[in-house]
Every structure is written in structure tokens, then in C-alpha cells.
Design a protein around this ligand. Structure first.
Ligand code: GCB
Length: 594
């Protein structure tokens, strides 16, 4: 399922804007068939946005269950004879979609797109009603997991990650038209042979018309540099301009379907960055050269719109990455909007792409304040059905993001339980699946400090080691001397595995404006000294090939924790993107590091 485009043969129409909206905590809408007519009692809701903080009061924040969205759209007159599809870039976490009362799509998983062929239900020139019911409930079978607990006060959604469970239509909704025989998928894999670039491609076509395939590769200036014929093949580019970290050069591959007379009737444009990725020993190589990740774990999170995609924040955040000297980030803890990857491709920012599997760890979720405790992997908690959904989430991620040169590494989970036989059995097939879907990129998962070196049973399955550690924050709190010694010892143990190590999280909560002469936790001075301590440790271990601070910016969290003050404050920038003192320290390190 390719992203909608405007080309000579394709057209798209955005459904973004203000939709009708209604919360439905009782689940009445499905019983009463709210899709069959205009949404009664509706209020206004912007798309894209999370609904939670657009609404005032606890009603949107605490909502558990269905939320209904509805709009009308006029199908462009010129689309007669075309295939018309309705595409949701995401619906968090599950959705059913109707066109004029006919169900057209059902999807689970809140961060990947889905679409429906609605050709038979629409008439060019006429209006149709689009209704979507979006459900925000998390269970042990969903990715990520959660549990809806019955309490005397009603149903409460509990989940095992700290960021707020924002929900709704977070990304764009499109109506788009293609020819009835059309390019359905394109896979590009690039290689370098000296100064020559090789672009292997594979085109999948849907629809029955007779056709042949032509691929034309143009450079950034629009000059044709290679052409090929056939559904799969290779394009070679002498003196290729590589895609590189910090210099995201892109070619354009135009994929055309030609009729029997050789006339094109479908055209799709695929950006191509020619680069290679390889893990060799303890090195992470991009284009054969050692790469050191410096950057952040991020979140899709801003005031009011929650996880709603916003182009202004997209561009501003990348400006800040540039300012601070970051070359990479991880899409913690879910696949981000496709616009983000497209922009990373353009800017040469390197991405670790993560599946929404966060919180599969009841060891972290319990504790004295944790409420009821659960076993992570068991027939009644995370089980075979969960694993199938996890597989599906991996499939949809790879299918969506496989062609982005910015994506250099798949992360198939964040901080799951990984020190048990059950964890090993759960993850082994997921690593195998990811490799079979994409043999060209390394695969890993993010290890938590509860499964240190020697105890983790999953790390050996990965091509790289990704570690989240909070020495000096959650352990050795306030004692950076003890933290440094313990951290160095653990890291040196991991280094004996002979794999590249990326520190995917290290950070300290810091309330902007809190200062202290001696470095006290929560102060800006402490965050600075904490980071500097970490950097001394990283610089002492050769196998460390990356440092990604937790987090780029402060972000919203669930309200049920005494560990958070108005959200998670580990941001190097505040939620509205103002620098804390740590930002200047990182900038000095990252803009001067060789
Ligand atoms: C972690 C999690 C991240 C949290 C962070 C924290 O290990 O991966 O999602 O936000 O710790 O600040 O506690």
C-alpha cells in the first residue's frame, strides 16, 4: 500500500480539517448503527489530532472506549473510471470505517496506515459520508499492551509505558485515485560498488490490464541517470551521489506502467537514497564508514494536539536537531508519521525505527505503587495472540518504511522482559520474521536495566545492542560518582559480546528553571553533570557507537504516577521546545566531536 501521490496518473484529496466527533464510552454507537446517518449530538474535532487534550476537562483525558468521527467529502468529478481508495495514515489504536453506512475497513494497531478500495461505493462528482469509530483500549493482546480494569468508579485503562495514551486520528486521511491497474508496491534496495551505485527494484502491480513496467531514475536536478524495463531489475549509476548522514541526497525513481502501445498509464514516484548499512564487529557502518549515533529518543507529543502530526513541529524539531548537532533519533516508542521519515530522508538524519511494542514488562510495571501485578508472558497475559499481533505490527512497519534511506535499524521492542525463557521463546521468531522481511537492515531490541549483561536472554538475537540506562537517576540517584563506576562496569561487560552498542536512553528529569549550586536531581545543573558523566563512560568503551539522550523534549504522561511532575521532564528541550542548560552542553559535544 503506497502513499497517496499527485502524479500525471494519480490524484489525492485531503480529508483533513474539522470533523464531527462524539465520545461513546458506553459503546452505544456500534449497537445503534451511528454510521448509518449524521452523527447526532456531535461536537467539532480537528483531524489530525489526538482528541484527549482538545476537549476540556477529564472527559477526553480519561476516556476509555470508542470515539466516533464523521465527515463528508465530494469525490472529484474527474475521477470517473479510476480506482478510488480511502486511506487513514493512522487511527489509534483500532478502527472501523464506513462509507455511507457500508463497512470498508477494519484495522488494529495505532501507528500504521490502512486503506480501502471504495470505488464501488462512490460516484465522481457526488458526496459521500465517511464515518470512523476509533477505539483507544489496550489489552494484553494489543501492541502496545495494557489492561482495562474494572473499578468501583468505572473502567480504567492501565498501561505499562509512561507516555500518555493519546488517541484519535493522529495523521492525515486521504481519498485518492489511481488507474484500475496500478503500481501497488515498490521495493528498492541500494548498494555501492566503488563509485557506482546499484538500485535493485521490485514492482508489484495490481489490476488485470496488460502492461509492462518502466523505471526511470533521475538525479536531484531532474536529469535521467538510468532506466530499466521489467517488474524487477537493477539500475546502475556511475559516479553515484551517495545518501549520507548529514547530506540526504535523493534520486527519484519514476515507476511507470505502459500499455501495449508503450504509452504510460500509471506513474508513481519513489525517492531513492543510495547507501549501504552494515554491522561489522563492533562497528555500525553506513556506506562502509563507521557511524556514531548522536541524538535522541523522541515522542510525537505537543500541547493540545497530543500525538497529532504537525508540519510546523516537524520542521522545527529538525531545525533543533541541526542546531544541536544531532545526526539521528529513535522513533520511540512507535512508528511515526510518514512525513517524519520523508523529511529525515531529505535532511540526512538517521532513524532507528521502532515497533509500538513498549511495556511488555510487568517487572517494571509492578512495585509498591503499581497496583495489581501481572506475569508478563502467560496464556492469560501476553500470549500467542499477542505475538501474532506483534508480528503483524512488524510486517506493517517494514512494509511502510522499507524504502527510507534514513531508516538503518529496526527496533522490535522497547524494554520488554528479556531475562526469562518465556521472553526468549516469544522474541526468537520475531527476530527471524523481521530478517526475512528485510534482509538488508540490522535488527535489535532495546534492553532494560532489569536484564543486565549475563542475564538477558534476548540480546544475543540482535545485530546490535541497544541499552537504556539510568545510572545516576533511577539508580545511584544523586550520586554521580557511584553511578559512573557502576555504569562503566556494566558497559565493559556488554562490550565483551563483540557487538556495537548504542545507548538508546540515558537521561535525568529536569524542571526548566530549577537551579542549584550543588548538582541536585531535578535541577538543570544536575542534568548537565549527569550527561557529562555518561559521556565519560561512553568515551571509555570502544564498542559504544551511539548516544541518544532521553528525551528530545518534555512530554505528557499518564496522570497516575508520583514519579512525574506535569509529565516526563527528561527533555533537553521543554515541551514547547525551549533549551535547558543541557542543550548547550550537548551542542558543544556534538558539534565538535570528530
Ligand atoms: C524508560 C522508557 C521510557 C521512559 C523512561 C523514563 O526506560 O523506555 O519510555 O519514559 O524510561 O523516563 O522513565
Amino acid at each position: 500500500m503506497l502513499r497517496p501521490q499527485d502524479t500525471v496518473s494519480r490524484e489525492r484529496k485531503s480529508l483533513n480539517g474539522v470533523w464531527d466527533f462524539r465520545l461513546d464510552p458506553e459503546g452505544a454507537g456500534r449497537r445503534e448503527g451511528w454510521q448509518d446517518g449524521p452523527l447526532a449530538g456531535a461536537q467539532a474535532m480537528p483531524v489530525p489530532a489526538s482528541y484527549n487534550d482538545v476537549l476540556v476537562g477529564t472527559v477526553g483525558r480519561d476516556h476509555v472506549g470508542d470515539a466516533w468521527y464523521q465527515t463528508t467529502v465530494r469525490v472529484p468529478r474527474g475521477w470517473a473510471g479510476q480506482r478510488v481508495a480511502l486511506r487513514f495514515d493512522s487511527a489509534t489504536h483500532a478502527a472501523v470505517v464506513w462509507v455511507d453506512g457500508t463497512e470498508v475497513a477494519r484495522h488494529e494497531g495505532g501507528y500504521t496506515p490502512f486503506e480501502a478500495d471504495v470505488t464501488a461505493l462512490v460516484t465522481p462528482g457526488e458526496e459521500v459520508r465517511v464515518t470512523a469509530v476509533v477505539n483507544n483500549e489496550l489489552s494484553f493482546q494489543t501492541i502496545p499492551p495494557g489492561v482495562v480494569e474494572q473499578t468501583p468508579q468505572g473502567r480504567r485503562q492501565r498501561y505499562f509505558h509512561d507516555f500518555f495514551n493519546f488517541a484519535g486520528l493522529h495523521r492525515s486521511v486521504w481519498l485518492h485515485a489511481t488507474p484500475t491497474t496500478y503500481v501497488d508496491d515498490v521495493v528498492v534496495v541500494t548498494d555501492l560498488q566503488g563509485t557506482t551505485g546499484v538500485v535493485a527494484y521490485d514492482v508489484t502491480v495490481a489490476g488485470g490490464a496488460e502492461h509492462s513496467v518502466r523505471v526511470t531514475l533521475r538525479d536531484a536536478g531532474g536529469l535521467v541517470v538510468a532506466t530499466a524495463h521489467g517488474a524487477s531489475g537493477e539500475l546502475t549509476v556511475p559516479d553515484v551521489h551517495r545518501w549520507q548522514p548529514g547530506a540526504g541526497y535523493l534520486y527519484d525513481a519514476e515507476v511507470e506502467l505502459l500499455d501495449a502501445a508503450g504509452a504510460p498509464f500509471d506513474s508513481y514516484h519513489q525517492s531513492v537514497g543510495v547507501r549501504t548499512v552494515e554491522v561489522r564487529g563492533t562497528q555500525f557502518l553506513i556506506n562502509g564508514e563507521p557511524f556514531y549515533f548522536q541524538g535522541f529518543g523522541k515522542h510525537e507529543d505537543t500541547a493540545v494536539r497530543g500525538k497529532g502530526h504537525d508540519d510546523a513541529y516537524l520542521v522545527h524539531d529538525f531545525e533543533l536537531l541541526d542546531w544541536i548537532g544531532a545526526n539521528s533519533f529513535r522513533t520511540s516508542h512507535y512508528p511515526y508519521a510518514e512525513e517524519v521519515y520523508e523529511y529525515a530522508d531529505r535532511k540526512g538524519i538517521v532513524v532507528i525505527d521502532e515497533v509500538a511494542a513498549v511495556g511488555q514488562n510487568m517487572g517494571l510495571a509492578g512495585g509498591i505503587f503499581g497496583g495489581q501485578s501481572y506475569v508478563t508472558f502467560s496464556p492469560s497475559t501476553i500470549n500467542e495472540a499477542s505475538r501474532r499481533n506483534h508480528e503483524q505490527a512488524i510486517r506493517e512497519l517494514v512494509r511502510r518504511d522499507k524504502n527510507h534511506p534514513s531508516v538503518v535499524l529496526w527496533s522490535i521492542a522497547n524494554e520488554p522482559e528479556s531475562d526469562t525463557d518465556a521472553a526468549r521463546a516469544y522474541f526468537e521468531p520475531l527476530f527471524a520474521l523481521t530478517r526475512s522481511l528485510d534482509p538488508t537492515r540490522p535488527v535489535g531490541f532495546v534492553n532494560v536495566m532489569l536484564a543486565p549483561h549475563g542475564r538477558c536472554q534476548v540480546s544475543e538475537l540482535g545485530d546490535v545492542l541497544m541499552l537504556n540506562r539510568y545510572y545516576g537517576w533511577y539508580v545511584n540517584t544523586g550520586d554521580l560518582v557511584a553511578a559512573e563506576a557502576a555504569w562503566l562496569a556494566e558497559l565493559q561487560a556488554w562490550a565483551t559480546d563483540g557487538k556495537p552498542i548504542i545507548i538508546t536512553e540515558y537521561g535525568a528529569d529536569t524542571v526548566a528553571g530549577v537551579h542549584s549550586l550543588t548538582p541536585q536531581p531535578w535541577s538543570e545543573e544536575y542534568q548537565v553533570e549527569y550527561l557529562e558523566m555518561n559521556h565519560r563512560v561512553f568515551d571509555a568503551v570502544d564498542a559504544v557507537v551511539g548516544e541518544q539522550v532521553w528525551n528530545f523534549a518534555d512530554f505528557a504522561t499518564a496522570a497516575n504516577s508520583v514519579f512525574r511532575v506535569d509529565g516526563n521532564k527528561k527533555g533537553v528541550f521543554t515541551r514547547d521546545r525551549r533549551p535547558k542548560a543541557a542543550a548547550h552542553v550537548l551542542r558543544r559535544r556534538w558539534t565538535t566531536k570528530p
